[in-house]
Design a protein around this ligand. Structure first.
Ligand code: GDP
Ligand code: MG
Length: 166
């Protein structure tokens, strides 16, 4: 199995930490290369039965100036071309305007989306369920997966779920 996976989410939610855990050193090597705005490969995860090509898609966040509109079109087209989108949010910060904005954009795209709730090491389990319920109402996520990219909780399970979708 092989496929393209885009990781989106506001800055500091833990996208790089997740990729580093999954792929390790290879990312640093990739990101030293000149960047293109569209579908920059961040790293490739390979095991016996799957190859997952992780893609960085800049510009899905709220645009601050005119160029942002163009970047948004570029970003949305990039999201249309991948097999799966991981939308990463911070469990500790809950749901905010930044997330609402991204969810609106996701409605313009048919690609399946996993909601990845990161930093669960920072919240009590009781806080997680209301957050999951909140997000469930906002978008038909294909999966909702709580993880800790930093400590590794549930990351292997997320990888298995990604493979099932490819
Ligand atoms: P990015 O901007 O989305 O790529 O976010 P980074 O991967 O750079 O992470 C931003 C900060 O959050 C860093 O200080 C990370 O160490 C921290 N971080 C990332 N994942 C986790 C997590 O699962 N738990 C905790 N407690 N911190 C995390
Ligand atoms: Mg990053």
């Amino acid at each position: 199995k092989s496929g393209f996976v885009a990781i989106i989410g506001r800055p500091n939610v833990g996208k790089s930490t997740f990729l580093n855990r999954v792929i390790g050193q290879k990312i640093a090597i990739m990101s030293d290369k000149p960047q293109t705005t569209r579908n920059k490969i961040q790293g490739v995860y390979t095991d016996d039965d799957a190859q997952i090509i992780f893609i960085d898609t800049p510009g899905v966040h709220k645009p601050k100036h005119k160029l942002g509109d163009f970047m948004m079109k570029v970003a949305l087209n990039a999201l249309r071309e991948v097999d799966l989108i991981l939308f990463m949010v911070n469990a500790e910060e809950g749901f905010g305007r930044g997330e609402a904005f991204i969810i609106e954009r996701l409605k313009e795209v048919d690609t399946p989306v996993f909601l990845v709730i990161n930093k669960i090491d920072r919240v009590h389990p009781d806080e997680l369920l209301p957050l999951i319920d909140r997000y469930k109402d906002l978008h038909p996520f294909a999966e909702i997966v709580p993880i800790s990219a930093l400590e590794g909780n549930n990351v292997d399970r997320l990888l298995e779920q990604i493979k099932e979708r490819l």
